[in-house]
Design a protein around this ligand. Structure first.
Ligand SMILES: Cc1cc2nc3c(=O)[nH]c(=O)nc-3n(C[C@H](O)[C@H](O)[C@H](O)COP(=O)(O)OP(=O)(O)OC[C@H]3O[C@@H](n4cnc5c(N)ncnc54)[C@H](O)[C@@H]3O)c2cc1C
Length: 317
């Protein structure tokens, strides 16, 4: 972002390796998502003074909350071998994949036109909770996840199996986005600090126990032949917690890193999504959530976009 004092006046960007600038007649709208919106603010001199100075960036506006309060949902899957055919049987072989692709292209039918999660819901981890705090997933498929730092294609297992899983709805841990360097092409540091609040691991443990309870219901019990993951040897709270720590992974719902609030000392943008302390600069994306929504983030982010566009039009009428 380019500033004239405290006023955002345009942006600078690379095109075909050449640095170019474009100037805004009315305002600059930052909409780069919960990882890159705070990164771009910090690179432009808006963020925690100490961190910017350490990175050698001139401070335009100090705000300790830029990049802070990062929240995300975490998911855990339980995989079960079963007696009935699942999508594994249809999709494991190369021919099966080809057939599914052709069926979709020519008939608009088959597994490719379905969501991978074919069932789900929201439940309370215990009756004393006044709101649902776990989101559930069911997929008639199982696959072994790609090892860390590699990205091979996921392949359904060569036997009939399915997965049930959960993610935590009300996250309390907060992480942060920091700059690794003042180079705009360098990735920022994403430090999610998962489970830094002890309530989060307690809730995940309830989720893992619930998966086992579900597997014992009439509907599942008679078709399950084996728990593939985490495995029946993981039968104590301690073992399940260890499994959660090693297996739980992001549901890709990063948010809250430029959070909205009326108080400039507590938030990054005001209720009209304007960056506190600056003129003509708004943030409109998942980063402005004051705290994490309890379910999927895509639709709420679209609503943020819709509301943001109304605010922009109102302010420039
Ligand atoms: C793999 C994955 C699966 C997901 N699945 C689901 C799901 O099933 N359901 C659900 O509800 N949500 C899902 N989400 C979450 C959902 O996609 C996000 O919450 C939502 O897209 C956030 O919108 P956003 O506008 O804040 O950010 P984004 O959608 O990330 O948009 C930011 C845009 O800014 C661009 N950008 C960033 N930096 C720069 C730069 N320096 N210059 C130019 N452009 C830049 C990016 O390319 C991107 O287009 C998923 C996310 C991922 C990553």
């Amino acid at each position: 972002m380019l500033f004239d004092g405290k006023k955002a006046i345009g942006v600078e960007y690379l095109r075909k390796g050449k640095l170019e600038q474009v100037y805004a007649r009315k305002e600059v709208i930052l909409s780069a998502g919960a990882v890159q919106s705070p990164q771009l603010l910090m690179l432009s001199g808006v963020g925690p003074q100490e961190h910017l100075t350490e990175m050698g960036i001139e401070v335009v506006q100090h705000n300790a909350h830029v990049g802070q309060h990062l929240q995300d949902h975490l998911g855990v899957d339980f995989l079960y071998k079963c007696k009935v055919p699942t999508l594994n049987d249809e999709l494991h072989s190369a021919f099966g994949k080809l057939w599914a692709g052709l069926k979709f292209i020519f008939l608009r039918k088959g597994p490719c036109r379905l969501s991978v999660n074919q069932g789900g819901g929201f439940v309370r981890s215990s009756p004393d909770k006044d709101q649902p705090d776990l989101q559930l997933y069911f997929s008639p498929v199982s696959y072994t996840r790609a090892p860390a730092k590699t990205r091979p294609l996921m392949n359904p297992d060569p036997f009939s199996a399915f997965l049930i899983g959960y993610s935590n709805c009300r996250v309390k841990s907060e992480g942060e986005i920091r700059l690794a360097s003042k180079d705009p092409l360098a990735a920022p540091v994403i430090d999610p600090k998962y489970f830094s609040h002890e309530d989060d691991i307690k809730l995940m443990l309830e989720g893992s126990k619930l998966m086992r309870k579900l597997a014992q219901t009439e509907a599942f019990k008679d078709i399950i032949t084996e728990e593939i993951r985490p495995g029946k040897e993981m039968d104590s709270d301690e073992a399940l917690i260890k499994d959660i720590h090693s297996y739980a992974w992001t549901v890709f719902h990063a948010s809250c890193t430029c959070r909205m609030g009326p108080d400039a000392d507590q938030s990054v943008v005001d209720p009209r999504l304007r960056v506190h302390g600056l003129e003509n600069l708004r943030v409109v994306d998942a980063s402005i959530m004051p705290f994490m929504v309890s379910g999927n983030t895509n639709a709420p982010t679209i609503m943020i976009g819709e509301k943001g566009s109304d605010l922009i039009l109102e302010d420039h009428r």
